[in-house]
Write a protein that binds this ligand. Structure first.
Ligand SMILES: C[S@@+](CC[C@H](N)C(=O)[O-])C[C@H]1O[C@@H](n2cnc3c(N)ncnc32)[C@H](O)[C@@H]1O
Length: 265
């Protein structure tokens, strides 16, 4: 299915959007189905997705819980266009509101279910000294008593050495991400209990990283002499090196289903 975000402006232009990805995260169909079933079982009436992107998980939740209403927030208008089109195709547009704005300090909560999938930066500054405490305080503020939070958040599988850090992002530090244990401890310290703790598998990362570039790789192979080819090649080669020579096996993504501590209602 082609949305405005994935359509080419001119026949020869490089693709836009991430048309090969279902989720903007390492998340398989199988895990998504299990997560949706687990979250739907709590019968949320309201779902808030901060940093929703094209909101695939939010839409699947609304399909699974017919009485629920959803709100998605993201900075990227083109992803929200894709979300809106998907919502219309599934007859969900009357039950979802999409807002192109920052979720920092948002007043669009609280909700029975808060989704924050790989988008902690939508609520807190990842470069700030109190990133995780701020993130969990924001999630507590945004979720109703007795509700649920689904958080997709990065962690280091081991403490990276200097050589490994040099192959990550500029200025990467060993404390840019916690260990998985420290991440879950921070959730507990922030007033949650971890209902379910799971991590993206190697094959989910492979699907995500390959899918992230697949449309561009195909275009580049077919348009080696195009005026934009050098810039696209340079970006793709750098992204591939960041994955295969950089974060592969080092960076994990945890999917935490969290329950706020305290009496419901
Ligand atoms: C890795 S994507 C995840 C998207 C979506 N949660 C998913 O799982 O498909 C992170 C998203 O966070 C969004 N984002 C980053 N900072 C934000 C902010 N301050 N407010 C709202 N969204 C933000 C980005 O635009 C991006 O769509």
């Amino acid at each position: 299915m082609t949305s405005p975000a994935t359509r080419r402006e001119t026949p020869d232009a490089p693709p836009s959007g991430l048309p090969a990805l279902t989720f903007h995260n390492p998340l398989s169909e199988e895990r998504a189905a299990r997560v949706v079933a687990r979250l739907a079982a709590a019968r949320p009436a309201t779902v808030l997705d901060v940093g929703c992107g094209w909101a695939e998980l939010l839409l699947r939740l609304l399909e699974a819980v017919p009485q629920a209403r959803g709100t998605g927030i993201d900075l990227r208008g083109e992803d929200l266009v894709r979300a809106g089109e998907r919502a219309r195709e599934r007859g969900l547009d009357g039950r979802v509101r999409l807002h192109e704005e920052s979720a920092r300090g948002t007043t669009r909560g609280p909700a029975d279910l808060v989704l924050c999938g790989g988008s902690g930066q939508a609520l807190a500054d990842p470069d700030g000294p109190d990133y995780l405490p701020t993130l969990f305080a924001e999630l507590r503020r945004l979720v109703n008593p007795g509700g649920r939070v689904l958080l997709g958040e990065g962690f280091f599988t081991r403490t990276p050495g200097a050589g490994e850090l040099a192959r990550l992002w500029p200025g990467a530090r060993a404390d840019d991400h916690p260990s998985l244990g420290a991440l879950v401890d921070a959730a507990v310290a922030g007033g949650f209990r971890p209902l379910w703790t799971e991590t993206a598998s190697a094959s989910e990362w492979e699907e995500f990283e390959s899918g992230y570039r697949a449309a561009d790789e195909e275009w580049l192979a077919l348009h080696p002499g195009h005026a934009a080819a050098d810039a696209v090649r340079e970006r793709l080669d750098a992204q591939r090196a960041f994955w295969l020579d950089g974060h592969l096996g080092l960076l994990g993504l945890a999917w935490l289903t969290l329950v706020p501590v305290g009496r419901a209602g």
